[in-house]
Ligand binder design. Sequence first.
Ligand code: ADP
Length: 400
Amino acid sequence: MKETNAASHDILIFINTMLAEINLAPDWRRALDNWLSHIYRYLLFDHITIFSSPANGGDVLYARAVGRARSAEADVDWGVNVAQLVFEQGRVIRLNRDGGGNINRNEMPFFLGIPIRDGDQWLAALVLVRFGGPAFSETDQLIGQMLGNFLAIVMTRQKLRERVAELERLERQMLLQEDFVSTISHELRTPLGFIKGYTTSLLRPDTEWDRATQQEFLEIIDEETDRLAELIEKILESARLQSDTLPLNFQPVRLDVLLRDATVRAMTHDRKMKVTMDVPALPPVLGDSVRLAQVFENFFSNARKYAAGSEIEISARQENGWVVVSFRDYGPGIPPEHLPFIFERFYRIPGKDGIKGTGLGLYIAREIIDAHHGTIAVESEPGKGATFIVRLPVMEPERK
Ligand code: ADP
């Protein structure tokens, strides 16, 4: 009686250890690795192999030699036939195999094949091989089936977990998409509303507008049309960047040259702008020069809009395999509570209603720099200006 108690206690510990693994192991292979040593105390075998169902390709999903050293390949070959029988007959297969004249009786393989399923769906087949007997017993079969059932649980759990993660990713994407659609429709409707409103006013048959008013209305319509065109252009561009369909033409790019060109272009837009440059000759980065120029053009255009009249300082250096460019203005800067968001799509700091923009410029800049495996950041102390810092990897082999 005492002995029976001790034995059942042992079995309980065994089952509990096996079950605990289900909750601990991140995936079924790891669970099985950990189970093997416990199982081995109750069921001896030399090889364990798991095959996926024929519908899933019949591949070897797992194979371990736990007993005497064997050629794993040959054993897998035999296991394939047993797995096939398991799938064909949908039941446990216990088999011994005559190795023919070449095989020593001590090496004759015995097989135990066990179906692993989730409800009426085949997941896999578990094949255990034991060389030179004894043949697998009823009890061995029971322990094998228990292992098969445990495996079915961990495999299904893992499948469900992966599916949930995928669904959560899709859900996040859908929310972003919804957010995008609602912001976009608002952004598009605002200029359209102005255009429609002022056009309708101008066309009213019962009202005579003087020349100055007509001019004023037409200027608003003109500006809002430009804004709408810019908005559509940027929205399309950001959508293409996000879906990776904006082709980037990667070539060696010298950022010192690119920065000088961008500065010259910016100064033709605003001849009063003061720019100081501290940009030495730099090693090339691998990039799309048009897109990279666009990033710096956006910095210039923002500086003109948000830091009007301020001096701009551009400096660049090479640092541990990176080219680091900083673009600084001495305008009003960006309040700290807005800093984490200004690279987000459509994000604009409230209270700057007079300044036209889409909130897409810095978002697009970040997407472009991301596509170059670089980083973009901003630092600012309110009242003291803003500094945008772009880091791009130096082209191999210079990169350390
Ligand atoms: P847009 O200029 O079209 O609004 P951006 O994405 O380029 O969009 O910029 C996002 C916001 O970041 C701007 O609306 C502005 O409030 C702020 N910002 C950008 N650059 C500067 C700057 N140099 N100084 C102060 N604020 C800036």
